[in-house]
Design a protein around this ligand. Sequence first.
Ligand SMILES: [Zn+2]
Length: 306
Amino acid sequence: MRLPLVYHPGYTIAWPETHPFPMAKFRALRERLTTLGFDDDPAITWLTPPPATSAQLLRVHSHDYLQTFYLGDSDPKARKRSGFPWSPALVERTLREVGGTLLTVEMALETGLACNMAGGTHHAFANGASGYCLLNDVAVAAREALAQGWVKRVMIVDLDVHQGDGTASIFQNDPAVFTFSVHGAENFPFTKQQSDLDIALPRGIDDDAYLVVLKTHLPRLLNAFRPELVIYDAGADVHAGDRLGHLELSDEGIYKRDRYVINTCRTAGVSTACVIGGGYDRNLSALAGRHAWLFQAARDAQQAVT
Ligand SMILES: [Zn+2]
């Protein structure tokens, strides 16, 4: 079975150089995968997503919020919350990114495993943007899979260093979606929401301690909830060198984490849709390398069964 990877050149748009969000990282990651031989790999299928539709977004986001998302917010305070300078190009790229996660979920259900080269915008709430997240791609894709009748239960495994607060809030009263977030206790958001299971880690957790946490919880959660789909947010901001995260994982630790999640879901017979999540570094090459581990883990896992 070929591994579907979802990418759109429009994931990266022209962006103020001094802005703390590394908008160029999506292109840098794509280039890194070229360097790693993914373009000519017969085991990989490259896919380009269409933009998400309003009907898909309305399964998660309110009508009023979508109006301001599409047209820009007149309230400067609300504008500040997203952390982004609004523009039509930003709207377009965000729709592509959500479309990418939607396509990734569809492909994961078809083949067992698929990855988006963006996504994981888990701070976006039903009614508003937060922390560099305008729309919650993970929530929109989970709701789509349920609304289409593809699955009855979805688990969101959010291993970004920041809590998936928007996702937790959106699915607070939805028994069809289990939200599992492992994050740094001292990281943004400073007011946490309640996921179905939150594991808040102290500063300085390393590779081994992190894997112990995953091994303690992930297999038992899969066994108890029995999802047919996992959406995995593989945030690279758990890396020791990350500008925003307070954890201390190495490059090898990220690879081991991603491989463990993919293998564990596969062993449990659950389709897995992966998104890259957060990662913040001025050094684009280092950052692209950290995000690339997910794709290497997915490729290695796929090769191990074919
Ligand atoms: Zn993050």
